[in-house]
Design a protein around this ligand. Sequence first.
Ligand SMILES: Cc1ncc(COP(=O)(O)O)c(C=O)c1O
Length: 493
Amino acid sequence: MPRRTKAHISRQNMTTPAGRKAVLTEVIDLIDQWLEASLKGEVGVLSYTEPKELQQQLALQIPKEGQPEEILKEVKRYLSHAVRTAHPQYLNQLFGGFNLPAFVGEILTAATNTSMYTYEVAPAATLMEMAIVEKMLAYTGWNSGTGAMMTGGSNTNMVAMLLARNSIFKGAKMEGISGLPHLAVLVSERAHFSMLKAANTIGIGQNAVVKVALDENGRMRREGLEAAMEHCLANGMMPFMVCSTAGTTETGSFDAIDEAAAFAKKHQMWHHVDGSWGASLLLGSRSQSLFKGLEQADSFSWNPHKLMNIPLICSVLLVRREGIMREEIQSHDADYIYHDNDTSAYDMGPASLQCGRRVDALKLWLAWKYYGDEGYGKRIDHLLDLAEYATDRIANDDRLELMFPTQSLNVNFRFAVPEGLDADAFNEAVRYDLIRSGSGMVNYCRLEKGLSIRLILLNPDLRKEDLDQFFERFIEAAEKHLFRLQVAGAKAS
Ligand SMILES: Cc1ncc(COP(=O)(O)O)c(C=O)c1O
């Protein structure tokens, strides 16, 4: 094969059609090589560098005079320091994997650079966003509804809280919350921290978030809610919203949505379901029962940038009452952008807190079209199989200890240390050893039993062999750490 000539980029040629093409070809080539190595797991998950050293390596000063000829070098440098989130040993957080059609959508989004606020400037993207919302609504069991894409699960939760506030306290949109009672929101003890941020943002304050005690599987149940309600009433607080979590960040637990629904109905509260992590389990063939009661909820967060492996950001808020988003969010002072014309009914901007809205619909549209419901269903089923496999693997290995009964795709475990050692500090150190060596990336959280390694299954390209490799590496790192401690102990005595 003839070798392609490397692009020579200079100020002069970069703006010519041939120069542009050379740059794009070169960059795509570099990205492809980087992805290939990541996907095969041929390299480390990352090349760990301390911040001060990285600062130096990146030469972060912005020059006075532009340096177009440096661009490819910068691209390479960036790639060499990027964490490979599609690597089979990246099991760290609630996003990752590589999704080709979505990646293509992301490139198209940047290439066409527009804003999804009016139909006029984003015709196809607007209709795609609407089609996605319709598609997702069909999974909720609601007869009607509305929805929109937002800038992350945290923001969908915040907007849900705002809608709850404005729908229950009718004047709040215009008058704010002065004069209202001491408001409260009831959430699972393991609800995501975005609920606290939401309470801060909508003006009720973080202390308004009342945490509900959970059962042994980390689920919020009716009894816990009633106890929290008693606590609120005794303290002069007025709960107006209950939030169930469909897939908690730490344990992957699903609150009893049906019980929260009945509770919300009895107390005339808004019921939000935060499915930022778990909503996509609706697509699986055996996980739909986790959502019993969703059909009675008022709003639902669904975050395809997590379990549908869409590049960040891709998040949707669905709301059961049609029209409410526009009514409670739009401001009537924007006629420079929103004109009354034949297409204004299609404008998504009025129902959004943002002005400019990035095109997040296209990448999800392409991915869902590519895989179909069936393809996504198989991906989810496979991940559930992997979670079971990992759980059994832990249960059958004396060196490991399961830290929480696996509920969905979060597997919590740790290395069982010999008596006398601090298990929390030990496991935390092993986790950092793995990261520094680049051989794996996994996170931890703190549960009742102590610090727990939180293994996240969300990359559908993972195979059981990849998990075997992860456990081998984790155990090897733990044994080395143990040996170092023993040597240090022997020297000290
Ligand atoms: C349950 C839950 N809710 C909300 C969020 C926030 O989502 P985002 O990171 O998109 O803001 C997360 C993130 O992990 C989550 O796990």
